[in-house]
Design a protein around this ligand. Structure first.
Ligand code: NDP
Ligand code: GDR
Length: 333
């Protein structure tokens, strides 16, 4: 019998890669999608005939209860969140509601209607924020630096608490930044690769950026969903760091992307102070030794290969459209 998975945030980057991964493994996949005035399924368009969609929202308890009852899932992957850090300063209450409280609503639905379902909670390296230890491990204390990071800390601990209180099989993957050609245009990796591609094609002339010195441990989303799935295949529920163990600056990311299009980055990049954050996370680097040892997991695609691939895919898709897609920059108020 096929296993059944319920994915929240199925229209996002990780949701789309996880759907492909689970279909490949023979799962029946159900996705929870919130109501929108436009079609939000561009990342999963190619998968729609193979999956089932339910209407629901992480802020609505009854829709989560109904989804868990209807689907009766073996595994639940909770990717739904307000996931963009700058927006969390503009919309701190919504971020707390969706990214934080949304998780306790989902846990309540699982506890009530399917207490033997296994839950993957998408925890974040942003919980480490102003880091207490380098590299960061499962035992490193949290010090979040944004309303998003604070909401994720709540989500993380409420997952631990429901595991300990009710014996749920609930785990958190503390994932460091992971990117792909499906990454949202507002995140720095995709903003850089997409804009470098637009400059190459003559659609724009400059790339405004914030802090070029920030360092992140960037991996490939397609690799990370495997670690998330492996966590739910273990005998007991535990939390794991998912990271590459290598950090790069935003500047290095820019250099690789512009090298791929054969242009000098200094001519096009403009540092815009308005894109700096009220409180920055300067340097994140993860130690995924536990995932490597217990899950037998290894990231495959290198940072440089991934950035070059993203530029390549952006050039390909932009070349098909006459004009570049419009992109709305979110500024912190
Ligand atoms: P995305 O922003 O690409 O996707 C977020 C998803 O959440 C979208 O499907 C979105 O739907 C959905 N969503 C937002 N609000 C609600 C709501 N109120 N109810 C239901 N669904 C909602 O994120 P990623 O795929 O990159 O990340 C997946 C998860 O992993 C997130 O929780 C993120 O915080 C976390 N994470 C991500 C990392 C990364 O580097 N990518 C690293 C660590 C953690 P819609 O399409 O309608 O907007
Ligand atoms: P992050 O990702 O905040 O780490 O959260 P993002 O790509 O937005 O920023 C990474 C770093 O780049 C610096 N930066 C810029 N960032 C953006 N978005 N735009 C810019 O113009 C720019 N210039 C410099 C930022 O200051 C920052 O230091 C991501 C999200 O996916 C979260 O949901 C997830 O939890 C974490 O990764 C791990």
């Amino acid at each position: 019998m096929s296993k059944i998975a319920l994915i929240t945030g199925i229209t996002g980057q990780d949701g789309s890669y996880m759907t492909e991964f689970l279909l490949e493994k023979g799962y029946r996949v159900y996705g929870l999608i919130r109501r929108s005035s436009h079609e939000p399924t561009d990342r999963i368009q190619h998968l729609l005939s193979k999956i089932e969609i339910l209407d629901g929202d992480l802020t609505d308890q009854s829709s989560l209860g109904a989804a868990v009852q209807t689907v009766n899932p073996d595994e639940i992957y909770n990717f739904a969140a307000q996931s963009f850090v700058p927006t969390s300063w503009n919309q701190p209450v919504l971020t707390a509601d969706v990214t934080g409280l949304g998780v306790v609503r989902l846990l309540e639905a699982i506890h009530k209607y399917k207490s033997d379902a296994k839950l993957y909670q998408a925890s974040s390296s942003e919980m480490f924020g102003k880091v207490k230890e380098t590299p960061q491990k499962e035992t490193t204390p949290f010090y979040p630096r944004s309303p998003y990071g604070v909401a994720k800390v709540y989500a993380h601990y409420i997952t631990v608490n429901y595991r300990e209180s009710y014996n749920l099989f609930a785990c958190s993957g503390i994932a460091f930044n992971h990117e792909s050609p499906r990454r949202g245009l507002e995140f720095v990796s995709r903003k850089v690769t997409h804009t470098a591609a637009k400059i190459k094609l003559g659609h724009t002339k400059e790339l405004p950026l914030g802090n070029l010195e920030a360092k992140r441990d960037w991996g490939f989303a397609g690799d990370y969903v495997e670690a998330m799935w492996l966590m739910l295949q273990q005998d007991k529920p535990e939390d794991f760091i998912i990271a590459t163990g290598q950090a790069h600056t935003v500047k290095e990311l820019v250099q690789i992307a512009f090298d791929e299009v054969g242009l000098p980055w200094e001519k096009y990049v403009r540092v815009d102070k308005k894109l700096f954050r009220p409180a920055e996370v300067d340097h994140l680097i993860g130690d995924a030794a536990k995932a490597k040892q217990n899950l037998g997991w290894q990231p495959k695609l290198s940072f440089e290969e991934m950035i070059r691939l993203m530029v390549h895919e952006d050039i390909k898709s932009l070349s098909k459209t006459a004009a570049a897609a419009p992109f709305t920059e979110f500024r912190i108020r």
